[in-house]
Design a protein around this ligand. Structure first.
Ligand code: M5T
Ligand code: MG
Length: 595
């Protein structure tokens, strides 16, 4: 629940600091903003003009039986209406244009920022929350830009304008019409408060519904295997029912408020007819004035009612912008040095010097790690689950920065070079293969224009992925669906090997998956690995005995510390941890293979 705190922010409807920052995004489109405001004022002014024209029609022409004049005034009314519609069209178009342009920029910035964030950020932030920022929160800003800010102007303007006309025509009648306002204001105030609370509930329950859906669709096969459909269905029904209840609550307020406003407006009109009618009978006012007043009274209820909705838009937008800015201001990044050292033509020597590292200080997962790899050598890291093997990779690629010590490539501290430069030389094959939607080809090249089709084919042939790809209906252009759901684990792994090889890296990092594959694929993968390692510096987190045996150096990691180091023969002779591990884990593999 604490994780939802951010999504619960419901602050002020107007915060000058946030607004200032928001306006910064509108600045490039200032001219559309000005245009929209002008259009707004025109539209706002045209509406109240019509009752006034009606009044003239009644008092000056109908009463005096002036048919020609009446025709003209009706044509005038018609012209005003046409003009108003056209202005309305322009207004709608340009306000939406303004909104869309602004959120386009903001969304760009948000995504770019998210891309720069470090692994630490993603460790503590649920994906759903980031997605919400880029979708829902941005959407509520769109509403602010495209209707909120500008429409508030027009609503206020219309109300003032109508009141102006009314008082100009007859101040006593105006006071009669406005007598219901205190009730309207109070009702609106109550409504706003209630709706706000219920909206928060709706949002909360919607978020719950979404995350439940997402999690359970993803894990559907587990649910089916364990035959948990009934229980899961019950949980879901409860969440669904809560969501329904929250929505119905909020609908209830609307169902009361809108007819209430309607009722008030009818009462106001009745008062006008009653009092104004008397005045007309006593010849204190003209009949046309009464007509105009009835129309004005109908007219001013809408903007006042809408203002409460605008208030909600403003409030939601302020809360959203606060969350968006919080994400934009998040500085959980791996920073590049101000003056990065050049990293040209890397040879691929790697050295760890007394490296200590923690995901969360002071829980050190790597302690005092020192080792050295010459260019072209292969180092295998072995150790129990949770020993810190993957963590070594995470700090070499600068997904995380270390607490103390030094990591050097070709003798240069990796914190002194541009991390983009560093990563250019490193390819990595991770424990879980991640495929993106797109073709097999784009998954291998990662859409890098520097990688030609030929490179893709060659890499695939070398790692032995070519064979199964050729058998796909569209071969390299075959779509990868749902992150590779239609491919086997071994096939996905071969693709990720091809991806690593296509980049022709100086340094290759391999975090082998423990999952076993069939013997054919196993052999394919083995050959692929051998191909990958040729002529590069490699760090291999190995579970396959053959990979380990051929390594130049084996590092035995235990609870974040290096316990043993040497080649296969040396470590066996030592009869230490590696020897035991070998007995337990690898001996069986060997026996199976030799039979
Ligand atoms: C080493 C912790 C993990 C373990 C220790 C990746 C990661 C790990 N850890 C975190 O707290 N946050 C993280 O993001 O660090 O973990 P490892 O380096 O992943 O271990 P391994 O690769 O040797 O294990 P395995 O299972 O892959 O063989 O205490 O909790
Ligand atoms: Mg690991």
């Amino acid at each position: 629940m604490a994780d939802n705190k951010d999504d619960e922010i419901l602050g002020k409807a107007y915060d000058s600091k946030l607004m200032k920052r928001l306006l910064f995004y509108i600045r490039p489109y200032k001219k559309y903003m000005v245009l929209a405001i002008i259009l707004n004022i025109i539209v706002a002014a045209l509406g109240p003009l019509r009752p006034y024209l009606t009044k003239i029609a009644v008092d000056d022409y109908i009463f005096h039986k002036n048919y020609m004049g009446l025709l003209w005034i009706v044509l005038g009314l018609f012209a005003v209406l046409i003009f108003q519609s056209f202005m309305q069209y322009l207004l709608t178009y340009y306000t939406q244009y303004l909104g869309q342009r602004t959120i386009l920029d903001l969304r760009h910035q948000l995504f770019a920022h998210t891309q720069r964030l470090a692994a630490r950020f993603f460790d503590k932030t649920p994906i759903g929350r980031i997605v919400t920022r880029v979708t829902n929160d941005i959407e509520s800003l769109n509403e602010l830009f495209s209707s909120g800010i500008i429409m508030v102007f027009s609503d206020v303007f219309i109300v003032i304008w109508i009141f102006g006309f009314m008082f100009f025509l007859d101040w006593k009648l105006s006071l009669v019409a406005l007598s219901v306002l205190p009730i309207l204001f109070y009702g609106t105030f109550l409504f706003r408060k209630k709706v706000r609370e219920s909206y928060r509930d709706v949002r909360f329950h919607l978020a719950r519904l979404n995350s439940y859906m997402q999690e359970h669709v993803t894990g559907m096969s587990i649910i089916q295997i364990f035959h948990k459909q009934k229980e899961e269905y019950k949980d879901f029904s409860n969440i669904n029912a809560d969501h329904k209840k929250a929505n119905i609550d909020s609908i209830f307020y609307y169902a009361v408020f809108y007819p209430g406003v309607e009722l008030l407006s009818s009462i106001a009109i009745a008062l006008i007819v009653w009092y104004g009618g008397g005045e007309v009978v006593q010849k204190n006012i003209q009949l046309g004035v009464l007509f105009a007043f009835i129309q004005y009274t109908e007219m001013f209820f809408r903007p006042i009612r809408d203002l409460s909705e605008k208030y909600n838009i403003m409030q939601t937008a302020m809360a959203s912008s606060e969350r968006i800015f919080k994400l934009l201001d998040d500085d959980t990044m791996i920073h590049n040095p101000a003056q990065p050292l050049p990293l040209t033509d890397l040879q691929g020597a790697i050295e760890f010097k007394n490296v200590t590292f923690a995901y969360n200080e002071p829980d050190y997962v790597l302690k005092n790690i020192s080792f050295k790899i010459e260019p072209g050598q292969t180092v295998a890291i072995v150790g129990a689950t949770g020993a810190g093997k993957t963590s070594i990779i995470n700090i070499l690629t600068r997904f995380y920065d270390i607490s103390s010590g030094e990591i050097l490539v070709d003798g240069i501290d990796i914190r002194k070079v541009d991390k983009k430069e560093l990563r250019k030389y490193i390819s990595i094959v991770l424990q879980d293969v991640f495929l993106f939607s797109g073709s097999i080809k784009s998954n291998i090249s990662m859409n890098n224009p520097e990688i030609a089709d030929e490179d893709i084919y060659r890499a695939s042939r070398l790692v032995g992925a070519d064979k199964f790809i050729q058998q796909l209906p569209l071969q390299y252009n075959e779509e990868v669906k749902e992150r590779g759901a239609t491919l086997s684990v071994g096939q996905k792994q071969l693709i990720s090997f091809a991806r690593a090889l296509a980049y022709d890296p100086r340094i290759l990092i391999l975090d082998e998956a423990t999952s076993s594959v069939d013997t054919d694929t196993e052999q394919l993968i083995q050959q692929a690995i051998e191909e990958l390692l040729k002529g590069r510096t490699a760090i291999v987190i190995a579970h396959r005995l053959s990979t380990i045996q051929n390594a130049d150096t084996i590092i035995v990691l235990h609870k974040g510390e290096i316990k043993e180091m040497g080649n296969h023969q040396e470590l066996l002779a030592k009869r230490g941890i590696y020897y035991k591990l070998y007995q337990l884990q690898y001996k069986d593999q060997e026996r199976i293979k030799s039979t």
